[in-house]
Design a protein around this ligand. Structure first.
Ligand code: FDA
Length: 307
């Protein structure tokens, strides 16, 4: 249950000064540069975690931005392949012009996936708000022709997801299943906490009935317990199933337990200068966000400049 104070801070979040958001959201982001992300991924690897690197950016306004994103991502793929961090990268389709022209975005992404194929780097296509679901699902079979090791994300909160999971499971797709961060209307999405958990379990069951890799991206310990039972029932092992979490979400002991049980655990490591939209989404999910923002506002004389 959200307190009235926390609800008020949620509403006011867009007018909170950027340096305050930056300060509170710092834990969720590796830094501004590719090297920041690579060195963090190397440290996490030494601790036994897999990673996927994400260059922040989305919803571009023109093809110059797409070109810039494509060059930067090609550089990231090359750098990941040249280092000893896990060969895994995530990206957002609207960063590549999905909302401008889905056909052209598919062509651009296919070019990028040709780089990924050459360098043997696995790619996951993130899922954004529901206005992009159809276009993102349509993108996947096209770019998969270029590089089969491209997976995509499904959001359990959407009513359609159980059916989408069935279709992708039959295709042997690699799917990351999450609850979905974008608040969608009740006409197309489950809205209650328990209803979303139940929908997650149904979609997970549909995915496990197929043959592709299944990645559970959640920090919800109650849900993880249900997934453990489901995976055991399905007889799926660590070769096929992994658990994933976002950098900075304080669930270390849950992840350590999963690792101790033998599950691969991958952390999503974002970086870049375009940190604002991602940071707001993370703060909205942080149960301690209201007090963290308030404390940070009270200490604003000590906030640095820049970000
Ligand atoms: P829930 O929101 O119920 O959180 C469970 C517990 O985790 C909370 O009680 C809280 O304590 C803690 N917690 C969660 N977020 C926190 C935060 N920011 N700070 C502090 N504590 C926090 N979504 C999407 O729509 N498209 C996508 O492509 C992806 N990709 C993706 C990749 C990976 C690897 C992960 C882990 C998640 C995503 N997501 C995503 C985000 C996902 O949909 C979801 O919004 C978050 O993971 C939070 O939901 P939980 O399952 O953790 O449950």
């Amino acid at each position: 249950m959200t307190s009235p104070f926390a609800a008020l801070v949620q509403i006011l979040l867009p007018v909170v000064p950027r340096p305050v958001v930056a300060r509170v959201a710092r834990r969720y982001i590796a830094g501004e540069t590719r090297d920041d992300a690579l060195s963090l991924a190397a440290r996490l690897r030494a601790e036994g975690y897999l990673t996927t690197l994400d260059m922040l950016g989305e919803d571009v306004s023109g093809w110059d931005d797409v070109l810039e994103a494509t060059r930067a991502y090609a550089g990231l793929i090359e750098a990941v392949a040249a280092s000893d961090v896990p060969r895994h990268v995530s990206l957002k389709p609207t960063h590549f012009g999905l909302k401008l022209d889905p056909d052209r975005a598919a062509g651009t992404l296919a070019d990028l996936l040709a780089v990924a194929r050459r360098r043997d780097v696995e790619i996951t296509i993130d899922m954004e708000d529901a206005s992009t679901t159809d276009a993102t699902l349509a993108l996947w079979p096209r770019v998969r022709l270029t590089w089969p090791r491209v997976g995509l994300v499904l959001q359990a909160r959407l009513h359609r997801t159980e059916a989408d999971a069935g279709v992708l499971a039959a295709e042997g797709a690699t799917v990351r299943l999450c609850k979905g961060i974008y608040k969608e209307p009740a006409s197309i999405a489950w809205t209650g906490r328990q209803a979303i958990r139940d929908a997650f379990v149904r979609a997970a069951r549909a995915l496990l009935a197929g043959s592709g890799s299944v990645q559970f991206a959640t920090h919800d310990a109650v849900l993880v317990d249900r997934l453990r039972s489901l995976v055991a029932e399905a007889g799926a092992g660590p070769g096929r199933v992994e658990f994933q979490a976002l950098l900075g979400v304080p669930v270390r002991s849950l992840l350590e337990d999963l690792r101790a049980e033998g599950w691969p655990v991958r952390l999503y490591v974002p970086y870049g200068r375009d940190w604002y939209a991602y940071s707001l989404r993370r703060l909205r999910e942080n149960p301690d966000m209201a007090s963290a923002i308030t404390l940070s506002l009270l200490r604003r004389d000590r906030i640095g400049t820049g970000t």
